[in-house]
Design a protein around this ligand. Structure first.
Ligand code: FES
Ligand code: FES
Length: 160
């Protein structure tokens, strides 16, 4: 039997009826229309469904929607402000950190988390590589992705 849950997605309260077995990734993408939540493996391996939930980067395909009741969620759709890309998004564009783009929302959200979490300290390419190891890209070189995260991190540090 369905249950109504409430999610705060990108600052907007959303109510949605879900079944006990429904995955958060499916609900966000297919019921609420956040198409930036991609799905590749449905078992926590590819990272394409990464979102930020209650301040932590998580893979939304391994979370039941009912478990997320009351959560604050950020998806890639919520990052741009007043028509301007976020520093992470902009750095991906400038460094050609994407090719087909299918994995990009997941990488952007994982990168956003890395940049925020390390805003007050230096990070090395190795740390970025390790932090992104749960996200898979089949066509861009990972170097451009890592360069994008490092550039966004440098910019955020300067702004602060
Ligand atoms: S679809 Fe969630 S990790 Fe692959
Ligand atoms: S840019 Fe194509 S899979 Fe990553």
């Amino acid at each position: 039997m369905g249950q109504v849950i409430t999610l705060k997605v990108n600052g907007v309260l959303r109510e949605v009826e879900v079944e006990p077995y429904e995955l958060l990734a499916d609900v966000l993408r297919d019921k609420l229309g956040y198409k930036g939540v991609k799905k590749g493996c449905w078992r926590g391996e590819c990272g394409l469904c990464t979102i930020i939930m209650n301040g932590e980067a998580v893979k939304s395909c391994i979370i039941l929607a009912v478990e997320a009741d009351g959560a604050e969620i950020e998806t890639v759709e919520g990052l741009a402000r007043n028509g301007r890309l976020s520093p992470v998004q902009d750095a991906y564009v400038k460094n050609a950190g994407l090719q087909c783009g299918f994995c990009t929302p997941g990488f952007i959200m994982a990168s956003e988390y890395i940049v925020r979490r390390n805003a007050n300290r230096e990070i090395t390419p190795g740390e970025v590589r390790s932090a992104l190891s749960g996200t898979i890209c089949r066509c861009t070189g990972y170097k451009q992705i890592i360069d994008s995260v490092l550039e966004a991190h440098r910019r955020i540090k300067i702004v602060r």
